[in-house]
Design a protein around this ligand. Structure first.
Ligand code: ADP
Ligand code: MG
Length: 331
């Protein structure tokens, strides 16, 4: 068996590009500060137009590493890892923000019929996609893991703020919502520091804050990458105060015996999801929601996109395997 591990770049290619140049700012007193670093396992680029100094961005990156330390399933000391290692053993008390994020994730899972599923960790670990251990599991292994993926086996205690996984081997994975959540936290941080204009890009989870040019009422133009030719733009959207998140199977995958297996998995089949979508982009004022729903819309394809866009009042762009660009909802 030939196993070829492919990750477009080791930190997850950026699925969304800001294609409008940032060279000009409308106001003379406005200063542009920008910082690019690796955080939350991806390329992070933050651009802020503000009178504040570079410490504003240093603190933004500190905030990101705090979030990562709390929710990453790859960090053995995170709350998520603690919850996972205490599965079937004990309840784990967690801070309010982590508690709310996990609860919200379960709500979104219930509203997407599990297309987005934060309880998918055991299956993610079994496939090991985007790790050195990526492989196609045996059917008996998948069968053993499928009963460990149900959100109804996550027990919450609202007064004690504890989370408990009922079954041994169950694991939470917030990988499909965490970056969008972090985008929201950064937006709150910038707003509370008086920033009116910023671009946050966490590996394809983008937020554009404020007008690009307030006087001329000009919005930001955000380009969506063509999954088949990633140096090309598929389409673009003009937005402000909105998050854009794209999920696709073209960035993180491996090949085995000539078959490509991507990193978004179905808790129904135990295999990578298979819809008509090559990529799904969700636009919403809410970054966490956009992130979670882009995973769900990619999994469910055009068949589910209409329902998701109506249910959550979000705008969805699906690029199909037959090279159509389909749009659902209102921008
Ligand atoms: P990316 O993190 O590459 O931007 P996503 O936001 O779609 O892409 O999240 C994918 C990650 O979420 C996977 O790497 C895995 O950790 C986890 N995951 C895989 N399948 C699902 C799913 N159906 N629901 C929720 N999380 C998933
Ligand atoms: Mg996602």
């Amino acid at each position: 068996m030939i196993v070829k591990r492919i990750i477009k770049n080791s930190y997850n290619a950026i699925a969304i590009l800001i294609i409008v140049t940032l060279l000009f700012s409308s106001c003379k007193s406005e200063r542009r500060i920008e910082e690019n670093r690796i955080a939350m396992g991806t390329n992070v680029s933050i651009t802020v137009f503000s009178q504040k100094d570079a410490k504003l961005l240093d603190d933004a990156f500190l905030l990101l590493s705090e979030i990562e330390r709390k929710i990453s399933s790859k960090d053995p000391n995170s709350y998520v890892s603690k919850i996972n290692s205490c599965a079937s053993i004990s309840k784990v008390p967690v801070p309010d923000d982590v508690y709310s994020l996990i609860k919200r994730s379960v709500e979104i899972a219930n509203q997407t019929d599990g297309l987005f599923n934060p309880a998918i960790g055991a299956l993610v670990d079994l496939w090991g996609i985007a790790t050195d251990n990526a492989r196609v599991p045996e059917q008996y292994e998948i069968d053993a893991v499928l009963p460990l993926l149900s959100c109804s086996d996550i027990v919450f205690d609202d007064s004690l703020k504890t989370v408990y996984l009922k079954k041994k081997g169950m694991k939470l994975d917030l990988g499909a919502i965490g970056k969008g959540y972090a985008v929201d936290k950064l937006r709150e941080y910038f707003l509370s520091n008086g920033v009116e204009k910023a671009i946050i890009n966490l590996g394809g989870n983008v937020y554009v804050l404020g007008w690009k040019n307030k006087i001329e009422r000009e919005k930001w133009r955000v380009g969506i990458v063509d999954p088949l030719a990633q140096s090309n733009m598929l389409t673009e959207v003009d937005i402000m105060n909105k998050a854009v998140s794209t999920s696709g199977g073209y960035e993180r995958y491996f090949e085995s015996d000539g078959i490509r297996y991507h990193h978004i998995l179905s808790s129904a089949t135990g295999y990578p999801t298979d819809s008509d979508a090559l990529s799904a982009t969700v636009i919403s004022p809410d970054g966490a929601l956009a992130d979670a729903l882009s995973t769900a819309a990619f999994s469910g394809g055009s068949e589910k996109a209409k329902e998701l866009s109506e249910k959550f009042s979000v705008y969805i762009i699906i690029y199909t395997k037959s090279n159509q660009i389909l749009r659902f909802g209102e921008l």
